[in-house]
Design a protein around this ligand. Sequence first.
Ligand code: BGC
Length: 366
Amino acid sequence: MVKLIIDKLSLLKDASIDIIKKYQSDSGAYLASPHFAVYNYSWFRDGAFIAEAMSASGENECALNFHNWATRVILEREEKISSLIKRQKQGETIANDEHLHCRFTLDGKESSEAWTNLQLDGFGSWIFSLDKFLERGNTLPPSTFRAVETLIAYLATFWQIPSFDWWEENFGHQHVASLGSMVAGLSRASHWPEISSASQTLATKTACDIMLHIRSRGLIDGHLAKWIDGEGLDASLVALIAPFALFDASDEIALSTINAVSQTLGRLGTFRHLEDEYFGGGRWPLLSCFLGLALVSMKQIDQATEILTWVGSLANEKCELPEQLPEDLQRPHMRAEWIARWGEPAVPLLWSHAMFLSLYYAIRED
Ligand code: BGC
């Protein structure tokens, strides 16, 4: 029985690597999902976690191809970024869509489709994934360090502006998961000898300022809150504990956040948040994997393995993992409306496969 489960997980591990490689474009971009039209783009957020998972799986060339694509996307916008920074310093109003977009076409262009493009978390998460890539002994070209220096200046200037959250919703707040993603990238890049000391100092200062902000105004009832001065809860907050490790696993804030998310949003199947209406508001396996990573950091390996095994049981006959599950919806009446608008929800979702891989290797390495 145990052997059967291990074989199944190992099969899904191999299939996940194949699926991610299959849907990586020649440009290096990862398609979020192949058969769901609105996801035929590459997101910085998804891509950062996918590249990290591929690197953890030993597929460093695949990760590097994404990093090179992302580097090109940023460097092609260097002038735009310095102009945005200048305009902000002059007190000009900048429209949301003038900012860097959260997703790009596979050849690195902005989409003309209307979208909630202003999301700053992906740039921080990308820098975090670059650092993990370097930690494993890989190297990056000078152009990538230059792109990161550009992003440090961008994030240092704009981290306080209201944006959309990880779920591309709720404009108008400083989202704690987005702030944490920026800290994750900035604090790690601040140690890189390949960037100038001015960029190192700026990255350190910005990361500290954001962290202080989170600690003073981003908590509710002892756990991380969905947004600054807010009361809500969101499963994306788990990322601040793992993989970002902004809070030690023994920290009360980490423990309260993990408990709140597990108890309120679920552990074997995790809702994004309690107001979710997207395709009826189902449970997201990838978010259970984030919880699994946090449990690994707390040395709760049995519980983390239970999550991995459960996620392993969700793969369809083609070994594909979905974005969300169709059962146990929070708002079942909304599902048909979304299907009429955008078609059946995304399967496979590359980010789901990535989080399965990250949890698989985290458990093995512990
Ligand atoms: C999710 C985003 C994700 C995108 C592509 C959206 O529905 O809310 O977090 O980046 O899908 O996977």
